[in-house]
Design a protein around this ligand. Structure first.
Ligand code: F6P
Length: 372
């Protein structure tokens, strides 16, 4: 094993694969494409690592057969399991007195990579997993990354798989809220995921025709939100839909945090801003207001055709990169082409919504408020 990276001449015989961080629809499409390409085109043995990096640290893995990856294209979740508490460089261990100690378990991960005689490792994950992948690569693991996340916040790819499926669920939820909002003449607030990026709220908000969209990139003002719902009410629209990203916050205010959990790769768990927004609208306008937190529904269920296709293309290229010895790289979508970029470039910064982007401008043009 050597960390020379780009175009290292190895003979790929055994390829490890894991899914890390929060799940999203399309993971199984990637696992299927990597495994089938590896076995069929390259005659490579594929080892599935269980529960993300946790399985690598603990040596939990098994060989994947053609049967294991058959019929999984349309399945949500991941047949390998995943975890967002398995960072080898920040690994939580529960001691006998029940206290949690954070240790560096990267050498165990490295040892298991060697013990299982792996020549390369495909890591399918989001921002946190790509940071871990880069560090493992620097330690000498022959890593190829595949970007997944419903949040769509990974730089260096135009879109990650999982986003389209989450958008589909969130848009449908807004459609459903519309009918009940209009029937009861209520303000309906829907909180969607996305972490520190507003891609889901923006996409679903525009696709679902929300009247107000609140995203982390555009801090909001309570009076702007209330002005918008009152104006609509005055003009005969006795209901409003507010789509709020979990990472949205008032100008000069802070993020709404649900929980801090040091065992997670990202200790901060967001949540609760939807309730805050609903309460404040009711308090300031007197209009009947309800809120819905869409939560993990956005991550569950079947991937959309777009995510199945993207996952499949990503998986095939990831396997080809591993076979060609192109390590330290992540597959990425650029325009309509699937290509490869350096993982270190992909994690250099987060992909946030540019506040002047076409979709924001277009929404503003027909009267959508961003609460600013
Ligand atoms: O990163 C994906 C994501 O679903 C975020 O949108 C959300 O903030 C987070 O994961 C939720 O994490 P968990 O599943 O640990 O509650």
């Amino acid at each position: 094993m050597a960390a020379t990276g780009y175009c290292e001449t190895i003979k790929l015989r055994r390829l490890g694969i894991l899914t890390g961080g929060g799940d999203c629809p399309g993971l199984n499409a990637v696992i299927r494409a990597v495994t089938k390409t590896a076995m069929t085109r390259f005659g490579v043995t594929v080892i599935g690592i269980e529960d993300g990096f946790e399985g690598l640290i603990e040596g939990r893995m098994h060989q994947l057969s053609n049967l294991d990856v058959s019929g999984i294209l349309s399945l949500g979740g991941t047949i390998l399991g995943t975890s967002n508490k398995g960072d080898p460089f920040h690994y939580p261990v529960v001691e006998t007195n029940q206290e949690v100690k954070i240790i560096d378990a990267s050498q165990s991960a490295l040892q298991n990579y060697k013990n299982w005689d792996l020549d390369a490792l495909v890591t399918i994950g989001g921002d946190g997993s790509m940071h871990i992948s880069q560090k493992l690569y620097e330690l000498g693991v022959n890593v190829v990354g595949v970007p997944k996340t419903i949040d769509n916040d990974l730089e260096a790819t135009d879109v990650s798989f999982g986003y389209d499926s989450a958008l589909f669920v969130a848009t449908e939820a807004i459609d459903r809220l519309h009918t009940t909002a209009s029937a009861h003449h209520r303000v309906m607030v829907i909180e969607v995921m996305g972490r520190y990026a507003g891609w889901i709220a923006l996409g679903a908000g525009v696709a679902g025709g929300a009247d107000i969209i609140l995203i982390p990139e555009i801090p909001f003002h309570w009076d702007s939100i209330c002005k918008k719902v009152l104006e609509r009410s005055k003009h005969g629209k006795r209901f409003s839909i507010v789509c709020v990203a979990e990472g949205a916050r008032p100008a000069g205010g802070t993020l709404t945090v649900k929980e801090i959990d040091g065992k997670r790769t990202d200790a901060v768990r967001l949540g609760g801003v939807g309730e805050k927004v609903a309460k404040e609208i009711y308090l300031l306008t007197g209009l009947e207001t309800r809120y819905t937190v869409l939560g993990h529904l956005q991550r569950g269920g079947s991937p959309t055709p777009f995510d199945r296709l993207l996952g499949t293309k990503f998986g095939t290229l990831a396997c080809e990169l591993a076979a060609a010895g192109e390590f330290g790289k992540m597959v990425s979508l650029r325009g309509t082409e699937v290509t490869a970029v350096w993982i270190k470039d992909a994690i250099a910064r987060q992909r946030l919504v540019p506040i002047e982007c076409q979709l924001v401008q277009s929404a503003r043009a027909f009267g959508t408020s961003f609460g600013d």
